[in-house]
Design a protein around this ligand. Structure first.
Ligand code: RVP
Length: 498
């Protein structure tokens, strides 16, 4: 019979990382990590699938800055799929279904079309979708607006010496062609001259602006989305897949539940989902992680009860302090070559390195991102300071929203409860300080990780996992770690003091 008491469980605050001899320069470390079996990202951070953290704005900002966002599922299937579409279209290496215009259209109509879609020019195609020209601002510049009704696209479009590329052109070749001919748009055509895509110079500019962005094979930002496992979960997963989602997160508070494991197995065995990576969670033990791996997941998400808004540990008395949970679950993941994610309980940047040394490949963040400009919801003013709403997905507000349907109750297996006062919450609702745009917040969080890597003497994520060692500390050690014997008079961008 196994003993009824397991070993002592540790939280991030119970340990510190030991410094080592080092030749590392913080600004030069490489934080590239694996999100799932098939996807890597430059920054090991994921925004949580929560309705006060990740909608399309946050997902775009996270992917641009090298991480990824998980779109929450407390909204209708159509709305969630539409958000996937927004992220996938926000930056595209190549537009596969570009807007086009017919040669017979009047310049007046063309002008309206360009205005509506905020574009500066269009490929011109005949009825068989063969490219016959291109029309841009340049062609229109010297035409008086009173002639717009009279003239047609075919009268002014550029048709001689069109610069085009083959459908399968590489990014580098496309860039070379655009630069060589000093054009802004490169239509792509197949052997028969049909238009198959469009590459614009604007996308190259974005690439320079966000060199770390997490992108798919077509140069579009990557995005993840949460799904459940009951009711219309399959329909939701299918709609998200059709909208182009890169990763589905089977999102539950207890990943060892048979229904969640069944959903993962079903997704992994359906060839329609072969291009979508599947993350499963949450678990907090080695055996839990093994169950996920056996079901076939592409990454395991770890955390039962560490979340800043979570009351599972007091309501149900269940959970594992997060450092130990990550350490134990990661043992199974490492043996299977499956990446894992430490989800919840990250308060300070130093916790990210602790999670990674314990075995995680990336971290999922809720509370520290909920105050960002890109998080859903308005800022509120409280006692002269700005705040944003942050609530648990197991809070009353998320599971029993007044006058609205909750789509995510089943995360806590409370799907068939109809009356709101029959809901048993496992989370709370509150406000977090407004923290401005995500890039500045992430800069501090990941900057902190760079410093950790410098102290530990690690140039890369695998190296910090290998070299990192913990020392356990006491309450006195923790008090000593935080600022003490001082009244703080200036705010630090990476220390909130709570
Ligand atoms: P934190 O970053 O500490 O705010 O934790 C965020 C995590 O907490 C989420 O990614 C999720 O796993 C968990 N969560 C979300 N809602 C609740 C709840 O209501 N109990 N917990």
């Amino acid at each position: 019979v196994p003993p009824i008491f397991a070993k002592l469980g540790l939280a991030y605050d119970d340990v510190l990382l030991l410094p080592n001899e080092t030749d590392v320069i913080p600004s030069e470390v490489d934080t590239t990590t694996r999100l799932t079996r098939d996807i890597t990202m430059k920054v090991p951070a994921i925004s949580a699938a929560m309705d006060t953290v990740t909608e399309s704005d946050m997902a775009i900002a996270m992917a641009r800055n090298g991480g990824i966002g998980v779109l929450h599922r407390n909204l209708s299937i159509d709305d969630q799929a539409a958000q996937v579409d927004i992220v996938k279209r926000s930056e595209s290496g190549m537009i596969t279904d570009p807007l086009t215009v017919n040669p017979d259209v009047s310049l007046a109509d063309l002008d309206k079309l360009c205005g509506r879609f905020h574009i500066s020019g269009l490929p011109v195609v005949d009825k068989e979708n063969r490219l016959v020209g291109i029309i841009t601002n340049r062609d229109m510049r010297f035409i008086a607006s009173e002639d717009y009704e009279r003239l047609k696209v075919s009268d002014v479009m550029t048709k001689e010496g069109l610069i085009t590329g083959p459908s399968n052109i590489s990014r580098e070749d496309a860039h070379r062609l655009l630069a060589q001919h000093k054009v802004e748009k490169l239509p792509l055509v197949d052997d028969l001259g049909h238009l198959t895509g469009l590459i614009t110079v604007k996308d190259f500019v974005k690439t320079e602006q966000y060199p770390d962005a997490t992108k798919d094979g077509q140069g579009r930002l990557r995005v993840a989305a949460g799904v459940g496992f009951l009711g219309d979960a399959w329909q939701r997963a299918s709609a998200l897949m059709e909208a182009g989602v890169d990763v589905l997160v089977v999102d539950t508070a207890n990943g060892e539940a048979r229904l969640a494991l069944d959903m993962i197995r079903r997704l992994k065995s359906d060839s329609a989902f072969s291009d979508v990576q599947i993350i499963g969670g949450n678990v907090a033990t080695r055996q839990g992680a093994q169950a996920m791996i056996d079901a076939g997941v592409d990454a395991v998400k770890i955390g039962v009860g560490p979340g800043s808004i979570c009351t599972t540990r007091v309501v149900a008395g269940v959970g594992v302090p997060q450092l130990t949970a990550v350490y134990d679950a990661a043992q199974a993941c490492r043996a299977a070559g499956v990446p894992c994610i430490a989800d919840g309980g990250i308060h300070y940047s130093g916790d990210i390195a602790k999670a990674i040394v314990a075995g995680a490949d990336s971290v999922m963040l809720g509370g520290v991102l909920a105050g960002c400009e890109e998080a859903p919801g308005e800022k509120v003013l409280l006692h002269g300071k700005q705040y944003k709403l942050y609530r648990g997905m197991g809070s009353l507000g998320a599971m029993a929203p007044r006058g609205k349907k909750s789509y995510s109750k089943d995360r806590y297996f409370q799907a068939d409860v109809t009356s709101n006062d029959k809901v048993v919450p496992e989370g709370v609702e509150g406000e977090v300080p407004y923290r401005g745009p995500l890039n500045a917040v992430l800069y501090q969080l990941i900057g902190g990780l760079h410093q950790s890597m410098f102290y530990v003497g690690a140039h890369t994520v695998p190296e910090i996992k290998e070299r990192g060692r913990f020392i356990r500390i006491t309450d006195a050690g923790l008090r000593e770690s935080h600022p003490h014997d001082i009244v703080m008079t200036a705010e630090a961008p990476n220390y909130t003091g709570f």
